[in-house]
Design a protein around this ligand. Structure first.
Ligand SMILES: [Zn+2]
Length: 104
């Protein structure tokens, strides 16, 4: 499932999560667009709740035009700047962005 962000219908600025008004131009209409690829900016390991595995959290820049997103990873990431594939996963009834390594 592709991960979706909101794109302003006036200036094409992209945001996630959705906003009532575009932070770039103030327009109030946006459409959902799929973003499939991202560049790794940073990642870290966060201890999970008692009895659960640690979580890997990354900050990524969605390509080609953003936005920056906080995403979950299944496995430790490689180098900063690495390309990742964005996917939407539903957890506890909420759709959230995850990123996976791109096969090269
Ligand atoms: Zn706009």
């Amino acid at each position: 499932m592709s991960f979706m962000v909101n794109e302003c219908t006036q200036c094409a600025h992209r945001v996630y999560p959705a906003r009532l008004w575009c932070p770039a131009c103030g327009h109030d209409q946006a459409s959902a667009v799929a973003v499939d690829e991202a560049e790794l900016l940073a990642w870290t390991r966060v201890p999970g709740p008692a009895g659960e595995a640690d979580r890997l959290i990354a900050t990524v820049q969605a390509l080609p035009r953003g936005p920056a997103l906080a995403v979950r990873l299944d496995a430790e990431a490689g180098a900063i700047g690495q390309r990742l594939r964005l996917v939407a996963r539903q957890e506890h009834g909420v759709v959230l962005p995850w990123a996976e390594p791109v096969a090269e």
